[in-house]
Write a protein that binds this ligand. Structure first.
Ligand SMILES: Cc1cc2nc3c(=O)[nH]c(=O)nc-3n(C[C@H](O)[C@H](O)[C@H](O)COP(=O)(O)OP(=O)(O)OC[C@H]3O[C@@H](n4cnc5c(N)ncnc54)[C@H](O)[C@@H]3O)c2cc1C
Length: 157
């Protein structure tokens, strides 16, 4: 299977916008990296995540705000011969972003970010109640590096 590096930013953004979830990887001192799935929103080159105020991930990120995001899409099982295991592979597009988390604390800005996250999944506008907004953590990540690869034919679509 051919692997392509994708440098076209428009194409990269298209892949980001088509991804349903991301995996975040964060530093977990003395242990393996902590990797969990999260929903996200994306606008103007910036990722937005949301979480509760407590828990392992927020504790870890408060100690070390470096983060990796991994997203992928357009997965398809492909093969050259159905009887040959080695001829099977997965065509897909995959992105890794590296950056640092900044917590958004301003109330109106939090609402703006929540709308960006919701727009990733729905076409609807939402109202939010103040206690929920005050409680929620909004993570802003401006990627310092983005790597994008296409595995298989999907680069040609
Ligand atoms: C598709 C998807 C999307 C999600 N989107 C979001 C989101 O947008 N925001 C959000 O806050 N959470 C989201 N979650 C849940 C998220 O993956 C974490 O489980 C959750 O945020 C709790 O993380 P924590 O570090 O606070 O865990 P804690 O509650 O502190 O967990 C303690 C322990 O539970 C285990 N654990 C925690 N999470 C997971 C997990 N996902 N899988 C297996 N074991 C786990 C770990 O061993 C961890 O040490 C999503 C989950 C899925 C499957």
């Amino acid at each position: 299977m051919k692997t392509y590096t994708i440098n076209d930013f428009e194409k990269i953004e298209e892949i980001i916008k088509s991804a349903q979830t991301c995996f975040i990887g964060i530093n977990n001192p003395g242990s393996a990296p902590y990797i969990i799935p999260m929903n996200f929103g994306y606008e103007n080159g910036t990722f937005y995540l949301h979480s509760g105020p407590e828990g392992k991930k927020t504790e870890l990120i408060r100690n070390d705000n470096r983060i990796s995001l991994s997203l992928h899409g357009n997965t398809k099982l492909v093969f050259q011969h159905p009887e040959v295991a080695c001829s099977y592979s997965m065509s897909a597009e995959s992105i890794i972003c590296e950056g640092k988390v900044k917590f958004i604390t301003d109330y109106d800005e939090k609402i703006r970010c929540l709308n960006i996250i919701m727009r990733h999944y729905t076409n609807r506008e939402f109202k939010y109640n103040a206690p929920a907004v005050n409680n929620i953590c909004i993570w802003e990540i401006k990627p310092e590096q983005i790597f994008c690869k296409s595995f298989g034919n999907s680069a040609k679509r």
